[in-house]
Design a protein around this ligand. Structure first.
Ligand code: GRF
Length: 188
């Protein structure tokens, strides 16, 4: 069975969508924020959680080495609201097996406030992107993109709509990637 690790920092709705869509395959949640809601979701679903603040480690390399040790060999690493750039240690180990979800039509609206930025921009350019992870923020090859149509003025309603699209697009994309990849390709 193909195995998936999820890295997340916050609420974890994408994590939960993936865990429910791929039962038994999401082998571990890595979280950098003790107390984040995603940790509760993982515990409720009976998924192994590794939660440590990077501040507990000497530097980013030590932190990522610890992640590498606990995650081991997996077919896919899904970033789902993981609020940190991936460093050379994880990049070297997992390379293009790491993907991220971003709530905009990249390359539009990179960064942590994409939905708000798009809303304030007022051009109605809303959507979701799934891309491979590179050291560059929200860079990397685009694997899937879906436009979200919304012309109201309620940012919470827009956000809810975007999250719904995120969950289905992430599931579809992961399904496709797992089908395409062989486990051997991702061994260190
Ligand atoms: C999502 O909007 C995702 O695109 C972005 O961070 C948010 C995480 O939401 N990278 P959740 O924690 O999965 O609910």
């Amino acid at each position: 069975m193909k195995r998936i690790a999820v890295l997340a920092s916050g609420s974890g709705s994408n994590f939960e969508a993936l865990a429910e869509a791929f039962p038994g395959q999401v082998s571990i949640l890595v979280c950098d924020r003790p107390g984040a809601m995603v940790v509760e979701r993982a515990s409720r679903l009976g998924i192994t959680v590794w939660v440590h603040s990077p501040r507990e480690f000497a530097d980013k390399q030590a932190y990522e080495e610890a992640i590498l040790k606990i995650v081991g060999t997996v077919d896919l690493i899904c970033l789902a609201g993981y609020m940190r750039l991936i460093g050379p240690t994880l990049q070297a180990a997992y390379g293009d097996r790491m993907i991220n979800i971003h709530p905009s039509l990249l390359p539009l609206y990179k960064g942590a406030h994409a939905i708000r930025d798009a809303f304030e921009d007022g051009r109605g350019q809303y959507g979701v992107t799934i891309h491979r992870v590179t050291p560059e923020l929200d860079g990397g090859e685009i694997l899937a993109q879906r436009r979200v149509v919304y012309d109201g003025r309620d940012i919470d309603a827009l956000e809810a709509k975007i999250h719904d699209v995120e969950h289905s697009l992430y599931i579809e994309t992961v399904k496709k990637l797992l089908h395409e990849t062989s486990t051997d390709q991702c061994k260190r």
